[in-house]
Design a binder for this molecule. Structure first.
Ligand SMILES: C[S@@+](CC[C@H](N)C(=O)[O-])C[C@H]1O[C@@H](n2cnc3c(N)ncnc32)[C@H](O)[C@@H]1O
Length: 414
């Protein structure tokens, strides 16, 4: 058994770059977390849960609002004093110092000299990716925090029933009004853009990109084979059906990933669908990125697909169906099915599976998040199979990546 000094020296020597690949980093991270739990006292754990997480979120949101991370990056990102940060931002120096000490105590920045702090990769990320800060802003304070605060009282009020009614669940209990989560997001200006940002971050950082799991070149091959087959006898001016329609696609980040793989596809080959409120501003940001291959189409997925989105090779649904209980998810699939061309179109359902034994912690937290905001739940592999069968569809293949939290279920209409 290593002495405490040896053990501590070994731990001090590790960093995210100590590992050969991402799978090894994740294995080591999980082992360190498990070890931490074993050496923490019950009080250490309760302290973290009850005091630390609230204090961190309050300090980080305030430091973002003050502009600390942005100004720090603007001056080059080297170690900085709180006096300098106060000069740069105009905020109270003592206030900044007290909050910097909190996040330094959590090893989120490093105190390298008296009152002088260096950035960690986490602290750098706020300036590198503005969507990262949005999670600590509107997404946490307007949604996650109050939604989880009300969940125990809501469940008590139901005499501890497992919730399944999206129109009468914790969300309505907390807000004291009708309407589902997405109606609330669309009408709360402090939440709309942060929600989209949080989904982008979730898709970018938490999960293996769908284009690394699914062979996207087959999409172009299938479309080319179909075009060759139909070359005789069709009107040459008619627009070909889209390659990919991202149903409930938020900011379009998953289509941007496809475009990154296949930059030469024609304008309009990719269609981004979501509710009109959610798509506000998205068109402009895609135009800024020069993503002309992506066209934006406001659409409610409980209604039939518009003609221009019919007959696509791929309908992509990422973290969409897990938002809805089975009955509602079936309505969405049944509204989509008529747009799918038999023998050609495929639906890709990009979702997590909750396993019966030792399910991944990421998936169980997501499961309770779905319960808290939509009376929904993460599904097991069997749960997904049943849903797909009930919708009159068939699983062609399940694509899994070794270290990915999510899989892709490839489905066709029967
Ligand atoms: C959990 S988010 C996932 C977003 C994106 N696919 C991703 O993976 O980052 C669910 C998406 O479904 C959209 N949505 C909810 N209700 C909808 C409806 N009735 N019609 C179309 N989109 C809807 C939401 O606005 C949101 O963008």
């Amino acid at each position: 058994m290593a002495s405490a000094d040896q053990l501590i020296a070994n731990l001090e020597g590790i960093s995210a770059s100590s590992f050969a690949n991402e799978a090894e980093r994740i294995r080591a991270r999980d082992a360190v977390f498990e070890a931490l739990r074993r050496i923490q006292s019950p009080w250490d754990i309760a302290w973290d849960h009850v005091w630390v997480s609230g204090a961190i979120n309050a300090c980080v949101a305030t430091l973002i609002n003050i502009g600390v991370f942005a100004k720090w990056a603007e001056i080059g990102g080297e170690p900085v004093t709180c006096t300098r940060l106060a000069e740069l931002t105009g905020a109270d120096e003592l206030l900044i110092r007290r909050m910097m000490r909190v996040i330094s105590g959590q090893h989120l920045i490093t105190e390298v000299a008296l009152d002088t702090y260096a950035r960690t990769p986490w602290a750098k990320r706020f300036a590198e990716d503005p969507a990262f800060g949005s999670m600590y802003g509107g997404f946490y304070h307007e949604l996650n925090n109050p939604m989880f605060r009300s969940l125990p009282a809501y469940l008590k009020s139901t005499n501890f029933r497992n919730p399944t009614n999206v129109n009468d669940c914790n969300l309505q209990f907390w807000l004291g009004q009708k309407g589902n989560l997405f109606q609330y997001i669309g009408t709360n200006a402090a939440l709309t853009a942060p929600f989209n940002d949080a989904m982008e971050c979730h898709s970018k950082y938490n999960l293996t990109s769908w284009v690394d799991i699914y062979p996207t070149e087959t999409v172009l091959e299938a479309a080319a084979a179909k075009a060759a087959q139909q070359a005789n006898g069709t009107n040459g001016d008619a627009l070909p059906p889209p390659l990919v329609v991202d149903v409930g696609g938020g900011k379009g980040h998953d289509l941007v990933k496809f475009l990154g793989r296949h930059p030469s596809i024609p304008a309009g080959s990719l269609v981004l669908e979501d509710l009109p409120d959610i798509l506000n501003g998205v068109k402009d940001s895609l135009a800024k990125e020069n993503a002309t291959a992506i066209s934006v189409l406001p659409h409610d997925f409980f209604t039939p697909q518009p003609a221009r989105a019919c007959g696509a090779r791929i309908y992509f649904m990422h973290n969409v169906l897990h938002d809805w209980p089975d009955e509602t998810a079936l309505q969405i699939l049944r509204a989509l099915a008529p747009a799918m061309e038999k023998g050609y179109s495929r639906l890709l359902i990009h979702e997590s599976f909750v396993s019966a034994e030792k399910p991944l912690a990421r998936v169980t937290v997501s499961d309770i998040t779905m319960m808290a905001c939509l009376a929904a739940a993460e599904r097991s592999e069997d749960g997904w199979s049943r849903l797909i069968e009930q919708a009159g569809m068939r699983i062609v293949k399940i694509w899994r990546a070794v270290e990915a939290v999510e899989s892709i279920i490839e489905v066709e209409v029967v």
